[in-house]
Design a protein around this ligand. Structure first.
Ligand code: AMP
Length: 446
């Protein structure tokens, strides 16, 4: 048997419904905030990520899926979404449109990491980008949208950690201070950090190996090196967050791994019973990236969240997710004449907007009743040649078990009248398997 590749997942059944629900919430929130959906290729020229994310980052040095296509071109499966969006923004000259361009994406990313719970090799990220605005309002808005999405999904204990790297001058000064601080202590740092000191010293602060050492805890912080302009900007972001009623904590240790960040950087975490401080998402301002990729100077900010982690947190916090897992009606039949009518009727009902299914395996009526139960059908339409010859059909409410003989042409009005929106199911209800044994269930319908 061929198994799925390590670090990937098959999505099906109830979990697939939860994912769809989460994506629907995201789509609806994005619509309100006027962000447009955007899709870019899953693979791009390798150079895009080398130049975009940075040669010295773990993602590019250790984690990308690289391959040569049949035309000998170097390609990479995207490890994140921003670089592709920026490439597309430049290629389609979106900077000529009215700015800012507010977009969002939702798709699979690929990182060759060591798989564990919440750390996949094929992961799904939802992200948003605002291209062409340097206003601190964009920084505050993007953080508040992210928090609002988590809240709308029902997550609790969301924590926003905020920091500022400042402008180029502040960042350069900070970089120098870090190098001066770490250089005399290099022997206490891991091999990777010894390389980072020349290539990208900020990355040392993201090191997973040395994280707990005192040398890390006492390192200089970005805030101490913000020049006046950057400090003023940071204060504005915080003020706007207060207006938007977003709670946050300033964490001067957050630097974010990627080369392209400046000014605002943030991470969003969640506490669940099993895991505290689970990283849900993060982002920041990347004013230099468009230019770095040969576009015009454009101020941008973005955010990405791992949907695998969001779903994990929903499950860990036992959040009730309203998901649709029912039929409006199930059409039952026994003979060929009735089957032909079922074929016609199911199409009519579907076109009229009802969720409808019928029998496909020539089971007897008793088994069809059970199937209708399994599919959570609200109504059963039980076709019978004799009724049909009289222009009638039998319809049964599967909850109250009330049954009526109605005129065929009245069916759509009947369903419209009797089906109500409130009948959506909770995930918990679906988790309880209903009993389908012959002893206690079969007589119900007969
Ligand atoms: P990053 O692009 O590294 O800033 O990650 C943003 C978010 O994506 C993280 O906060 C996680 O929620 C999620 N994420 C990153 N890497 C993985 C992974 N390997 N598997 C699952 N989720 C991930």
């Amino acid at each position: 048997m061929i198994a799925k590749p390590k670090g990937t997942n098959d999505l099906y059944g109830k979990e697939a419904k939860i994912w769809k629900y989460v994506e629907e919430v995201i789509d609806s929130v994005m619509e309100k905030y006027h962000y447009n959906y955007m899709r870019t290729p899953i693979f791009e020229a390798s150079e895009l990520f080398h130049r975009g994310i940075g040669e010295a980052t773990d993602i590019v040095t250790k984690e990308t899926y690289d391959f040569k296509d049949r035309g000998d071109r170097k390609m990479t499966l995207r490890p994140e979404g921003t670089a592709g969006i920026v490439r597309s923004f430049i290629e389609h000259k979106m900077y000529g449109d009215s700015l800012p361009v507010k977009v969002y994406y939702n798709g699979t990313m690929y990182r060759y990491e060591r798989p564990q719970a919440g750390r996949e090799r094929e992961l799904t990220q939802f992200g948003m980008e605002v291209l062409g605005s340097n206003d601190p309002l964009s920084d505050a808005e993007i953080i508040s949208v992210a928090v609002n999405i988590y809240k709308m999904l029902g997550l609790k204990n969301i924590k926003v950690e905020l920091n500022s790297l400042g402008d180029k001058e502040s960042r350069d000064n900070y970089r120098e201070a870090l190098v001066n601080y770490f250089k005399p202590q290099l022997k206490d740092l891991c091999e990777d950090c010894n390389e980072r000191i020349t290539k990208n010293p900020l990355r040392i602060l993201d090191c997973k190996i040395d994280a707990e050492k005192d040398i890390m805890k006492n390192a200089p912080t970005t805030i101490e090196y913000l020049n006046e302009e950057s400090q003023k900007r940071f204060n504005q972001v915080k003020e706007y967050l207060d207006i938007l009623e977003v709670e946050y904590e300033v964490n001067p240790k957050i630097v974010r791994g990627l080369d392209y960040y400046n000014h605002t950087v943030f991470e969003i975490k969640v506490d669940t019973e099993g895991v505290s401080n689970l990283a849900l998402g993060g982002g920041g301002r990347y004013n230099g990236l468009v230019k770095q990729l040969d576009g015009p100077d454009t101020a941008c900010i973005g955010f990405a969240t791992g949907l695998d982690r969001v779903i994990m947190a929903l499950q860990a916090q036992n959040v009730k997710v309203p998901i649709k897992d029912y039929l409006d009606c199930f059409i039952m039949y026994v003979n060929e004449e009735e089957k032909k009518y079922a074929i016609y009727l199911s199409q009519e009902l579907r076109m009229a907007g009802f969720i409808c299914d019928t029998e496909y395996t020539e089971r007897g009526l008793k088994a069809q009743f059970k199937q209708a139960d399994r599919l959570n059908s609200k109504y059963l339409i039980i076709l019978n040649s004799e009724d049909l010859n009289n222009g009638q059909l039998k319809i049964k409410n599967n909850k109250t078990k009330e049954e009526e003989l109605i005129e065929v042409e009245y069916l759509i009005y009947y369903l419209d009248e009797h089906l109500t929106e409130q009948d959506s199911f909770q995930i918990d209800d679906l988790m309880q398997e209903s009993c389908h044994c012959d002893d206690c269930c079969s007589d119900d319908h007969e």
